[in-house]
Design a protein around this ligand. Sequence first.
Ligand SMILES: Cc1cc2nc3c(=O)[nH]c(=O)nc-3n(C[C@H](O)[C@H](O)[C@H](O)COP(=O)(O)OP(=O)(O)OC[C@H]3O[C@@H](n4cnc5c(N)ncnc54)[C@H](O)[C@@H]3O)c2cc1C
Length: 639
Amino acid sequence: MEFSIEWPYPVNYEKVNEVETDVLVIGGGIAGSWAAISAAKRGVKVAVIDEMDVFSAGPAGCDHWNFAFDNPACKIKPDEAIEILERITGGRVTGIARYVTFNESFKTLLELERLGAKIRDTEDEFKGAPFRDEETKLLYAYDYDIKSSIRVWGQTFRQALYAELMRLRIPLYNRILATSLLTEGGKVGTRVIGAMGVNIRTGEFYVFKSRATVLCTGGMDGACRIWSYWGYCFNSLSSPSLTGVGHMMAFNAGAELAHLDTFGIGMRSHGEMPSYGTGNPANTWYPCTIVDAKGKEIPWVDEYAKKTLKTVEERTRSSLRGYEAVAGVPTWPAELFPKPISHYPSSKEAQDDFFNRIRMGEYVLPLYADLPGMPEHERRAIFGLMVAQEGKTWILYRNLTQAGFDPDKDMLQSYWFGATAPLRSALDPLEIIYRQGGGGIVHDWDFRTNLEGLYVAGDACIYSSEHSGAAVTGRWAGAKAADYAKEVSFGEISWNQVERERQRVYAPTKRSKGIDWKELNVAICKVMRTYVNDLSNEEMLKIALKWLDEMEQGEANRLVARNPHELARTLETLSVLSNAKLIVLYMLEKMRRGEIKGMLTMRLKDNGEIEFKELPPRWWLLPPNAPTYRENYEKHKPW
Ligand SMILES: Cc1cc2nc3c(=O)[nH]c(=O)nc-3n(C[C@H](O)[C@H](O)[C@H](O)COP(=O)(O)OP(=O)(O)OC[C@H]3O[C@@H](n4cnc5c(N)ncnc54)[C@H](O)[C@@H]3O)c2cc1C
């Protein structure tokens, strides 16, 4: 049967809209919303643009847990936390965003509460629970001794931020895909004076002129389409609008990027989604008991303390597991979580051991999450609070509840166990996929990039990848951008630069024959999956580069977009291609240099060359910065 779908919006590729604002925020997720609110509160004119609708922009944002190292009950103070973090990451982490977050997350949460978000058990739903502070009604998560994470009602967060954006009358430009930054004289490496973009419904062009710009376009996680897009599913838990366009725009303007070779182990969508959507013991279901088909409990182990845990309480109290709080941060990183031997086994041997036990009849499949067997407070926290607030699972909560599922009586099957992604990847390196794991845009203690006028916040920064980091850095960068905007005048727009960008953006709409973005996306993915992973050698990377270069010269110039939606996807795919090349070039340079003690950065120069620079270890504590974290924090704190 033939059918046609008419494009429902009036399309006008010729129209150019001009907007002038003191502070332009690109990306209206958590960091962007906070940046806009904090800048507006300092009395400057602010505008926000987002490819989606700011009301529902970004990924889940925050679900049910939030770091709060600066809450008075937390046993690990921010200075201790940063020291631990440096130790367990071997110094690979960049301390600025982390330290600022450790010091500001609870304060930011309190501010969010004033805006209407729910961060404590005001209805006394969990009265008497071991994770509840009866006086403050705060609920602690994961480790009830350390108290570094707080349970929150994350679904109220975005509404509170949105209401505040409305109250402050901040104009929100929804459905605008920012495609490029405007720079003084249209040159690479000069002051950033605004941005350009295209409306993904009408196709109209936008020129935003600003005194300061805050880039809050999230992580490159969505760009893991590079690795994992197989034509039928995305392998990202993040919003599909996170395709790394922000990173590409910043790079093209001359901003420094770093840690682009950060690999992570990703969960494949196929067969495993929705992750946490079935019974399991991790994150959203922590610390749920897992039993086999005959009701036999699967033992939990603490691999850090090398101990089998006997009680549910031991799973949530590091003191009972026999180590001091400072020995690790059990709520982070995830590797230090205790777990049952059926889930997230730490090694191939551990997995084989569990499978052998199944073969020998010690455990009978399938496994189940034993909610009825959990202490009542834990059961209600898992199924009533965590699963209900989690962006990926609330739909499951709703459907199961409507279907009559009763956590007091019913168990939920756990089909996601044993052969988890980390182990498959140990067997097959091609299962290792790219995930946002720290790579991003380099910034100083003001969250200013190396480019004047350009600030960065949230997951787009190096080493910031959770809600509190996004909220804190957004709030901080917004304030700094506002202060800067008050001091400077608008830059002079180069209309040549605008014209060049219009030619680039609309080229796919001018072709009547060619290929569509999905074909190029699959091709990029195949190259990256085949040649680029943590086992790649120089030869493999060079082959990848050759293929990507050929695509850039060939297929990229044959892309066709029949409407603004296809145009947006096409532009994103072109940025995925650019980012893929940057990642390969970065890895090749690292390989060429051998051991790098500090941080390798890369930036584009005005003559088109790429400059790599090796920054010394802990450069953020070297001159012109102060020698300690605390001094820098106090010196740069905007309030
Ligand atoms: C499923 C899921 C659950 C999570 N749960 C938690 C949790 O419980 N607790 C926690 O602490 N963290 C959690 N996180 C992490 C948290 O959501 C992110 O760290 C946080 O949202 C990052 O905020 P951000 O503002 O930097 O980026 P985002 O929130 O990703 O916002 C980026 C925005 O930029 C827009 N954008 C991107 N490119 C462009 C462009 N070129 N032009 C215009 N707009 C653009 C996007 O549309 C998006 O709205 C979760 C993440 C996911 C994916």
